[in-house]
Design a protein around this ligand. Structure first.
Ligand SMILES: [Fe+2]
Ligand SMILES: [Fe+2]
Length: 338
C-alpha cells in the first residue's frame, strides 16, 4: 500500500517524516476543531500510525513501528479520538450482574435500542443503484480486507473461556485454515465482481474520516490492553448486527445482478454470524465479564462505540445519496504519485 495523500497539517508532517528513515519527530500540530470521529486529518493520521502494526506502507521503514517519538505523537492523537468517542457515545450502565447470561442480555438490549437508526441495509436491499452499492463496498474494503485482524490482538490478552470463544470466532473469520475461505478473500471476490480494485488499501484516498474511524476504533481497542474489554464488546456488537444486514446486502447485490461468487461474502455472514453472535455475547463477553466484573462496563462501552460509529456512517451515506451526490471523497494523487 502507498502512503495516502495528506488531509491537513498533521498528516502532511507525518507522511513527510515516514518517507525518510526512522528519526525523532517533534509534536504534531494541534486539532483543527470539530468532531474527532469526522476529523479527516486526525483519522487518517491515526490510520497510518496503526497500519504500521499491520501491513505497513511501501517505502516506509518498518523501524517506524516502534519509534518512541512517533508513539508519543500517536498517543496525543489517540487521546483526541478517545475524548471524541466519549462525547459521541454515552457510556452504558454496567451489566447488573457479571453472569454470562446477564452480559448477553445487556448486549442484546444495547443492540435493540440501536434498532431505530437509519437503515442502510434496507436501502441497499431495495433501492440502491449499482454505483451506490459499489461505493458501499469501497468504504467497507478498509475493514473487510483486514477483517478479523484488529480483534485478533485480544487473543494473547485473554485466558480461559473467553479466549477459547474468541479463537473459535476468529478461526471462522480466517476461513478455518482455507485461504480461499478467509472472509477477507471472499470480500476480494465481491470487489472483483464489482470491477473494483481489490488490492489492500487501494481506496484509502477515497474514504472519509468516519470510515477510517470505524477501523481506527478497533485498532485503538486492540492495541491497548486496557481496552481489551471494549474490544470484546466491539466484536460482539459487530457479530450481533451482522446476520440480518448481510442477508439484505446479499439480496440487494442479487437484485443488481450479482452472482453467487459476488454474494458469497454476504451469504457466508448470514450463516456464520448467527452462530458467532451467540459465542461472542455469551461465551466470550459473558465469560470475560464473569472473570473481570469490573470490566463489564467496558465491554458494553465497546459495543456502544461500534453501534454509534456505524450509525454515523449510515447517516453519511444515506444523506449523500439522498442529495444525489457521492459518499466518497474525490480521488487525490498519493504522496510519491501513483
Ligand atoms: Fe467475517
Ligand atoms: Fe463473524
Amino acid at each position: 500500500m502507498q502512503l495516502p495523500a495528506p488531509r491537513g497539517p498533521v498528516t502532511a508532517l507525518l507522511f513527510e517524516a515516514l518517507t525518510r528513515p526512522p528519526h525523532e519527530i517533534g509534536p504534531l500540530p494541534g486539532p483543527a476543531g470539530g468532531r474527532a470521529v469526522e476529523d479527516e486529518d486526525l483519522q487518517l493520521a491515526l490510520f497510518a500510525c496503526y497500519e504500521l502494526h499491520y501491513q505497513g506502507f511501501d517505502g516506509v521503514d518498518d523501524g517506524w513501528e516502534w519509534e518512541p517519538s512517533l508513539l508519543a505523537a500517536r498517543q496525543v492523537l489517540e487521546r483526541r479520538f478517545e475524548e471524541g468517542l466519549a462525547e459521541a457515545v454515552p457510556r452504558p450502565f454496567p451489566a447488573p450482574h457479571a453472569l454470562p447470561l446477564h452480559m448477553r442480555r445487556a448486549l442484546a438490549r444495547l443492540v435493540a435500542a440501536d434498532g431505530d437508526g437509519p437503515c442502510l441495509a434496507a436501502f441497499l436491499e431495495r433501492k440502491a443503484d449499482l454505483g451506490q452499492f459499489r461505493e458501499f463496498v469501497t468504504h467497507r474494503s478498509i475493514y473487510h480486507l483486514k477483517e478479523a485482524d484488529p480483534h485478533t490482538w485480544a487473543i494473547p490478552r485473554l485466558r480461559g473461556r473467553a479466549k477459547a470463544a474468541l479463537v473459535e470466532i476468529q478461526a471462522d473469520e480466517y476461513g478455518g485454515g482455507r485461504f480461499e475461505r478467509m472472509h477477507s478473500e471472499l470480500f476480494r471476490a465481491t470487489m472483483r465482481k464489482l470491477d473494483l480494485d481489490d488490492s489492500y488499501g487501494a481506496h484509502l484516498d477515497r474514504v472519509p474520516a468516519i470510515t477510517l474511524a470505524i477501523g481506527n476504533v478497533m485498532s485503538l481497542f486492540g492495541l491497548h490492553r486496557r481496552h481489551r474489554g471494549a474490544l470484546l464488546g466491539h466484536l460482539a456488537a459487530l457479530e450481533m448486527t451482522s446476520s440480518l444486514p448481510n442477508l439484505k446486502y446479499g439480496r440487494g447485490l442479487r437484485r443488481l445482478g450479482g452472482d453467487a461468487t459476488a454474494c458469497r461474502f454476504y451469504d457466508e455472514h448470514v450463516q456464520a454470524d448467527a452462530v458467532h453472535e451467540q459465542i461472542a455475547a455469551h461465551d466470550m463477553c459473558g465469560g470475560f465479564a464473569a472473570e473481570h466484573p469490573a470490566l463489564a462496563g467496558d465491554v458494553l462501552y465497546g459495543a456502544a462505540c461500534a453501534l454509534a460509529l456505524d450509525r454515523i456512517f449510515a447517516e453519511r451515506l444515506l444523506d449523500r445519496w439522498a442529495r444525489g451526490t457521492t459518499s466518497l471523497r474525490a480521488a487525490a494523487p498519493a504522496v510519491g504519485g501513483r
